[in-house]
Design a protein around this ligand. Structure first.
Ligand code: AMP
Ligand code: MG
Length: 342
């Protein structure tokens, strides 16, 4: 992958986000929304058929629990009163995915997530307060297995949409050639270290020890014609469940999948930490109180299987495939951070 300048930013970047429509029914009945949601439906049938063909079991995801993915980048969790106990709406079902591998080797959810993202993310084109993940986990798999599966799943889904939904793509003005070109050859791969160095060279002030910021991610995305992976994020930038590389302390065995044309991150994944003592240490290092994670750490003490997995943001994936300007346009019932709506 080559990093080119921000001037090559695609059509998806640097536009003001389109305003939310006046009402939910105006949004739902717009020809563009209907076409986008028909494509999303086709994507979901493609995802389910593809994963079923690979031996995956679909489960219905949990909505609430005593604890959830602590997340990063400043998003807040939503509390629910569960008979006098403080429960959380799922920010992601990662802890449950790991638990389920005791019963099934290959699993996935189409999982709703709620995250009160910082107000400033309402204008990134990429953030919703409520979204869905195609959430996949594979027992005894390495990071590379999860990356190969994510690549095959994205390519297959895009190919099915190109084959079956030309009328919708045309109505939406999607550049079908760009989409086709994006998935006809192998996805690229770069390291977090290389990606951040490339950004600094371009004059973008990116901290090499931190998560790539929204603007940096958009610059990287806009400079590529194909989806690509960024691997090996530094320890401080991710949650306690991303496994540290035993050969390279401080480097995590994780990845992001970035869409081309400025659409930004599609998925995050990793090899998972499952060792009890390491989990407790990593929780402490990431500022989490292990006492909150009772059921999960009890399970870890009894033994969580090794695994790798990933979550693809469904609305972000739909936005990329349909070429919409903002991610909320790929949701039937959009909730933008801080915006009171239906
Ligand atoms: P994360 O675990 O935070 O990387 O989330 C997994 C995937 O979900 C990301 O790669 C995105 O595609 C998607 N995602 C995360 N946060 C949001 C959000 N606020 N709005 C829409 N999609 C999101
Ligand atoms: Mg991520």
């Amino acid at each position: 992958m080559t990093v080119s300048t921000a001037e090559s930013a695609g059509p998806a970047t640097r536009q003001d986000p389109p305003p939310l429509p006046a009402s939910l029914d105006a949004h739902l009945t717009a020809a563009e929304t209907r076409a986008t949601l028909r494509v999303q439906n086709r994507m979901l049938t493609a995802v389910r058929a593809f994963l079923a063909g690979q031996g995956f079991q679909e489960l219905l995801p949990p909505l609430i629990g005593p604890v959830t993915d602590p997340g990063i980048r400043g998003s807040k969790q939503v509390d629910v009163d569960f008979y006098g106990h403080k429960y959380k709406l799922m920010t992601s079902a990662i802890l449950y995915k790991q638990a389920t591998l005791a019963a099934f080797d290959k699993i996935f959810y189409i999982a709703p997530n709620v995250r009160l993202e910082p107000l400033e993310t309402a204008v990134t084109h990429r953030h919703l307060a409520e979204f869905h993940q195609i959430d996949v986990e594979i027992r005894d798999a390495r990071r590379e297995d999860a990356m190969a599966l994510a690549e095959a799943l994205v390519s297959h889904t895009v190919a099915e949409v190109l084959r079956d939904m030309p009328a919708e793509l045309e109505l939406l003005g999607r550049d079908e050639d760009a989409l086709r070109e994006a998935v006809t050859s192998a996805f690229g791969r770069t390291s977090h270290e290389q990606a951040t160095a490339g950004l600094v060279e371009l004059g973008h002030p990116q901290d090499p020890g931190a998560e790539i910021d929204w603007r940096g991610e958009e610059i990287l995305s806009a400079g590529s014609r194909r989806p690509f992976f960024v691997v090996d994020y530094p320890k401080g930038s991710r949650g306690f469940y991303d496994r540290e590389d035993s050969q390279r302390p401080g480097v995590l065995r994780n990845f992001d999948l970035i869409a081309p044309e400025g659409y930004g991150e599609l998925a995050s994944g990793s090899e998972r930490e499952h060792d009890y003592a390491t989990l407790v240490t990593r929780m402490r290092e990431t500022g989490e109180n292990p006492a909150k994670y009772g059921w999960y750490l009890d399970l870890a003490r009894r033994g969580i299987p090794a695994s790798s997995g990933f979550g693809i943001g469904l609305e972000r994936f739909t936005r990329y495939v349909t070429g919409r300007t903002a991610v909320w346009q790929a949701s039937a019932y959009p909730k933008l951070p801080g915006v009171v709506s239906a």
